[in-house]
Write a protein that binds this ligand. Structure first.
Ligand code: ATP
Ligand code: MG
Length: 395
């Protein structure tokens, strides 16, 4: 038995002992049959959240209006969700109403794709009402029910289909894809946060190119904010981007797109400030690397990870082989790796010079850093003090 399933089994057993039904559902069942690593376990139950809270001592309400409570069990934390249907999506965005139901079948029916609509019981009995196993073995993504209707209910599912292509290297079943082509324009109605969450998963998948090709063919890219265009997809096809991390792939895309204002671009995508800062840094480093090789001062200021990322992206762009040896050796040879390694502080400079604080402290510190990194000055208090007294003050 899968380790995570094993850990969650006592939770299913407890729920069943109280007279309710409980199943593993969704992505974990799909990934179990695909022999992929299971990230998180979703449990669907016939009990209401209130009933679940009576069974377990420790629970957290994480989405009680959607029927989800987190059960804190000695073996781990598990999301437990009441069987539900999602009635009418009048705006293709979110269900207007969530209705709790007592039947597993109703719950599976509302799920997006056949591969995501299977349930596994505590005794490993599979409920597969829509041919999910067959579609898994054919590596096909197919909606549960009539594709046109399902995409009309929730347009995000079209982008989900494409991101599953990227993650699983599957194909999209013919009728499902025809409906995506027909309904792609309704993606404009979907909340950006939901689009971004799927897009980030798309960026991380091994079959990203195939997924983007589907997105181009269905014209999906015209209905989500600027970032990736048909031309960028064509260019990516020529490049060996597979070794890049998701954030490096994003930086490559931004670089190919020659976007000027990364802040505005990524704010439209509701990306976090942390992501935006990282992308700005990578864009700056890529620009710098166009003109010259990285040196010790770059490694010191930007850190080895960011510099290596930029080098990796540059190698992909230049169609070259990436070898980290040069940067690793350079980094190893640095006597100071970060500012905290310096043998002095700004307060020392003020004391030695007898001058008040000001911008000069930063300027002086940066010169000393460069001298130390280039081997022209030793990183010890007395040598630095001597340099400040003789060279800096005598400028
Ligand atoms: P991953 O491993 O990437 O998380 P997942 O299949 O678990 O994949 P989630 O977004 O976590 O994907 O959703 C969990 C399950 O909820 C899905 O497997 C699917 O059954 C159902 N689901 C999620 N989003 C939708 C949606 N927009 N419409 C219908 N069903 C959905
Ligand atoms: Mg999931």
């Amino acid at each position: 038995m899968n380790k995570l399933f094993g850990q969650a089994l006592p939770v299913l057993n407890d729920i069943e002992a109280h007279g309710f039904e409980a199943y593993f559902v969704g992505g974990c069942v799909r990934d179990y049959f695909l022999k992929r690593e299971i990230n998180d376990i979703d449990i669907a139950v016939s009990a209401t959240p209130e009933e679940i809270k009576k069974i377990f001592n420790k629970t957290i309400d994480i989405g009680i209006e959607h029927g989800t409570v987190m059960v804190l069990h000695e073996k781990g934390q598990f999301e437990v969700t009441t069987f539900r249907t999602e009635s009418t999506y009048s705006d293709s965005r979110r269900p207007d109403e969530v209705t709790f139901v007592r039947s597993l079948e109703e719950d599976l029916k509302r799920r997006d794709f056949t591969m995501n609509a299977m349930a596994l019981s505590s005794s490993y009995q599979l409920t597969d009402l829509f041919g999910g196993r067959i579609d898994l073995s054919n590596r096909e993504i197919r909606t549960v029910g009539i594709p046109d209707e399902r995409f009309n209910e929730d347009a995000l599912r079209m982008l989900r289909a494409v991101r599953f292509v990227s993650q699983l290297d599957f194909s999209i079943e013919h009728h499902t894809f025809e409906a995506i082509k027909k309904n792609a324009h309704t993606l404009t109605k979907v909340a950006q946060e939901r689009i971004t969450a799927e897009f980030e998963k798309l960026l991380a998948g091994p079959a990203m190119q195939k997924a983007l090709q589907y997105a181009v063919t269905a014209d999906i890219l015209s209905y989500i904010p600027d970032l990736i265009t048909k031309n960028i997809v064509m260019l990516l096809k020529e490049l060996k981007w597979q070794s890049l991390q998701p954030e490096e792939r994003l930086a490559l895309i931004i670089c190919i797109g020659e976007y000027q204002d990364i802040f505005v671009l990524l704010k439209k995508w509701r990306m976090s400030n942390k992501v935006i800062q990282k992308q700005k840094l990578l864009a700056d480093l890529l620009q710098l690397r166009k003109n010259r090789m990285f040196n010790r001062v770059d490694l010191y200021h930007y850190g080895i990870e960011a510099v290596k990322s930029a080098e990796r992206i540059t190698a992909v762009w230049n169609r070259e082989y990436f070898n980290s040896e040069h940067l690793d050796n350079l980094y190893q040879s640095m006597v100071i790796k970060t500012r905290s390694d310096l043998a002095f502080r700004g307060s020392h400079l003020i004391k030695w010079t007898g001058k008040g604080g000001g911008p000069w402290v930063k300027e002086c510190t940066e010169i000393i850093e460069q001298l130390i990194l280039s081997g022209q000055l030793q990183n010890n208090m007395s040598d630095i003090k001597k340099w400040v007294e003789t060279t800096w003050l005598q400028r």
